[in-house]
Design a protein around this ligand. Structure first.
Ligand code: UD1
Length: 425
């Protein structure tokens, strides 16, 4: 069993009285998907690191616990995360922790670089598909790592890491990041072809280079890493969370209102902007943010197909499905990245949604949704249910909050500040 449900399940639920418009400002914090590899990468830094504007999502907390288990010191302070990995002395991660989040796999590259060995449990995370780690392992093997696996554990060893040419058959974000990290202090040059081009990879490049590494090409399909002997500390500001920003953009479009979303690069959410405009929302882009104005009466955004960046992100497919379910007209959703990412749909059906699924495609015939008792089954699907409940007249509940807590910190408070009626009980 490779994908496990996060433990720490809570009986808490959101009670949401939907139908209120959203107005005001929301400040977006550092991207969770940047932060997690950056925390892992800090294991390679023999110095202090500060990552600014970080939220205490449970994924971030768990990742820090993994680093602590290896001998690193880390804590939240001054709105960010301080890490000191000078005394890392372990190479084996705690099985329960690694089972909690997919991103625990990021520790492989940095540990192999620092300790020349690593012993981890197969990573957990959202149950949105098979989520193999074969590309991580073959990429790291190309740099000289020998892997053995026993039960749920996988161990890697190398005498030294050597720069090589690595070609990824598909642009895996995590595999690209793991290979970059392992190559950072390898001997010689590594070239990654077929690399993923997500903004979070540019963040990783900026961070490593700020620590004295030599990475270039992030944001393109060809990344070049020239190995260096050591990394020094730095204070780093990751980019704003484009998925959190997209969640608020879609929420405002659905509920109606006028929300200024601050701290995200408008270019990072351009695929969301295009769909929301097609649905009838007014979006103003500016440096460092976007503003969404909407009457709440939307038309179907049309065809939505998830793709690697700069295409429409799979992480916003569920929120966009919730929007399509309550907009006027028919939309077609195609999920290309993960085979099990429609788990929010049975929940939306409870609200009266008219959606038929055929394999990786969903046909959504929009209609007015009614309130219901909903259960989040994964992180982004959970956020989609919150948005659907916020926009539907009447009182809904959303349980399964441990999934949502993985990637959104105090989501209820953020929406309450915009005028929503949502409480956590
Ligand atoms: C990252 C994001 C996640 C997002 C996803 C796609 C983080 C922490 N998470 O996940 O939020 O939904 O990118 O944008 O950044 N694959 C393989 N073998 C592998 C690795 C991946 O076949 O070894 C496949 C996956 O099953 C999937 C596709 O590649 O179909 C893309 O996955 P990948 O880009 O690796 O996603 P993650 O890095 O896990």
């Amino acid at each position: 069993m490779r994908n496990r449900i996060p433990s720490g399940e809570t009986n808490e639920k959101y009670i949401i009285s939907g139908g209120r418009k959203l107005n005001g400002e929301v400040r977006i914090m550092s991207a969770k998907n940047s932060l997690l590899p950056l925390i892992a990468c800090s294991v390679m830094v023999n110095d202090e690191v500060f990552l600014s504007d970080c939220e205490r999502t449970s994924d971030a907390e768990n990742m820090l616990d993994i680093v602590r288990g290896l001998g690193g010191k880390c804590h939240f302070d001054n709105g960010g995360i301080c890490l000191d990995c000078r005394h890392i002395n372990g190479h084996k991660t705690n099985a329960e922790l690694t089972g909690k989040l997919r991103s625990s796999v990021f520790i492989l590259g940095p540990l192999l670089s620092r300790m020349h060995r690593a012993d981890i449990c197969y990573p957990g995370g959202c149950d949105i598909g098979l989520r193999p780690i074969d590309l991580h392992l073959t990429g790291l093997s190309s740099l000289g790592v020998k892997f053995t696996s026993e039960g749920e554990r996988i161990a890697g060893e190398c005498t030294e890491l050597k720069g090589r040419e690595v070609t990824l058959p598909l642009p895996s974000v995590g595999a690209t990041e793991n290979i970059i990290m392992a190559a950072t202090m390898a001997e010689g040059r590594t070239v990654i072809r077929g690399a993923a081009a997500e903004p979070e990879i540019i963040d990783l490049q900026r961070f490593i280079n700020m620590c004295g590494g030599k990475v270039s090409g992030a944001g393109t399909g060809r990344i070049c890493v020239d190995g260096v002997n050591s990394l020094h500390g730095c204070s780093f500001a990751p980019s704003g969370d484009r998925i959190a920003a997209g969640t608020f953009m879609i929420g405002c479009a659905m509920c109606g209102g006028d929300v200024d979303i601050i701290g995200v690069d408008a270019a990072h959410v351009v695929s969301v902007t295009g769909l929301l405009r097609a649905a009838g929302a007014e979006i103003t882009e500016r440096i460092g943010g976007v503003r969404v104005k909407s009457s709440g009466n939307l038309r179907a955004p049309g065809r939505i197909e998830t793709k690697p960046y700069p295409g429409f992100p799979t992480d916003l497919q569920a929120p966009m499905t919730a929007l399509a379910a309550s907009a006027k007209g028919t939309s077609y959703i195609i999920e290309n990245l993960f085979e099990n990412r429609f788990r929010h749909i049975p929940q939306l059906l409870k609200m009266g949604a008219d959606i038929t699924v055929c394999g990786r495609a969903a046909t959504v015939r929009g209609r007015k949704l009614h309130p219901a008792d909903l259960v989040a089954e994964d992180l982004r699907g959970g956020a989609a249910l919150v948005l659907a409940a916020l926009s539907a007249d009447g009182t809904s509940t959303v349980s399964g909050l441990s999934h949502i807590d993985r990637g959104y910190y105090k989501l209820d408070e953020r929406f309450r500040a915009l005028g929503a009626d949502i409480i956590r009980m």
